[in-house]
Design a protein around this ligand. Structure first.
Ligand SMILES: NS(=O)(=O)c1c(F)c(F)c(SCCc2ccc(C(=O)O)cc2)c(F)c1NC1CCCCCCC1
Ligand SMILES: [Zn+2]
Length: 257
């Protein structure tokens, strides 16, 4: 298991004293300035395989005190749109509160209500932990979450279970469902840059894909995400996002013009 993370989102400026990579030059998240992105025609559509998990296969949903994590079978693959094949490890969320947005990345200075990260590791490694320490070892698909009129049926196969894991350390089993349905329709339109984990140890080993198209949750679903899980016993887990980090000369590419 992981050494217990004694960090939190309140003393973010302390992170780099305990975790030196957090002070590195290629950190995440960033603000994407769309007008400054460079179109790269070699960036093809993200191609997924095995994302439809049958209901008889259960998935573990956990409150780890920093976010809610859905463990994913390593049979879910990214087989296109990246230089190598990547295997799924987990997905988790970043959110704000009912009054404030909580995405990690921002676009032209706009923060979205929430952000989902689907974390994958390069198939040449045997585990996400091993891959996490190698450049390009991780590929995270990031999806911005907005509030809309309709209830999102695929998120409805996940969000109600948050009520089983309100306390840090709690976990629950949920029936498999089509993980593809959590992603936007257009997997061919995205921003791409090299960055890091947005949490300690902040390894600078993440190939980021930020989809241009967002997903929509109803107000009730947003409230489930924002107002259900707690950390260290009593206080509600909200605003679990890191501030945007300097690009330090990094290029942001786009798969579309
Ligand atoms: N945005 S992100 O991808 O950087 C990210 C966060 F912002 C995160 F906040 C998290 S959760 C906090 C880190 C953590 C804590 C406990 C455990 C455990 O008990 O197993 C594991 C991790 C979190 F889990 C992740 N992703 C993890 C990063 C830590 C481990 C490396 C590979 C999995 C991706
Ligand atoms: Zn994340």
């Amino acid at each position: 298991g992981h050494k217990s993370h004694h960090w939190n989102y309140q003393d973010i400026h302390q992170w780099d004293s305990d975790y030196p990579h957090c002070g590195g030059p290629e950190q995440s998240p960033i603000n994407v300035v769309t007008g400054a992105a460079t179109f790269d025609s070699s960036l093809g559509p993200i191609l997924l395989s095995g994302y439809n998990v049958p209901p008889e296969q259960t998935l573990t949903l956990e409150n780890n005190g920093h976010t809610v994590v859905l463990d994913l079978p390593d049979s879910l693959l990214i087989i296109g749109g990246l230089s190598q094949t990547y295997r799924a490890a987990q997905l988790h969320f970043h959110w704000g509160s009912q009054s404030d947005p909580g995405s990690e990345h921002t676009v032209n200075g706009q923060r979205f209500p929430g952000e989902m990260h689907v974390v994958h590791y390069c198939a040449e490694y045997n585990s996400v932990s091993e891959a996490a320490t190698h450049p390009g070892g991780l590929a995270v698909l990031a999806v911005f979450i907005q509030e809309g009129e309709e209830e999102n049926p695929t998120f409805q196969q996940l969000l109600p279970f948050l009520q089983n894991i309100t306390e840090e350390g709690e976990r629950t089993e949920i029936p498999g469902f089509d993980i593809r349905g959590l992603l936007p329709q257009r997997l061919d339109r995205y921003y791409r840059y090299n960055g890091s984990l947005t949490t300690p140890p902040c390894y600078q080993t993440v190939n980021w894909t930020l989809f241009n198209q967002t997903v929509f949750l109803s107000q009730e679903q947003m409230e489930l995400l924002e107002d259900t899980v707690h950390a260290d016993h009593d206080h509600i887990l909200q605003n679990n996002f890191r501030a945007p980090q300097s690009l330090n000369g990094r290029k942001v590419l786009s798969s579309f013009s």
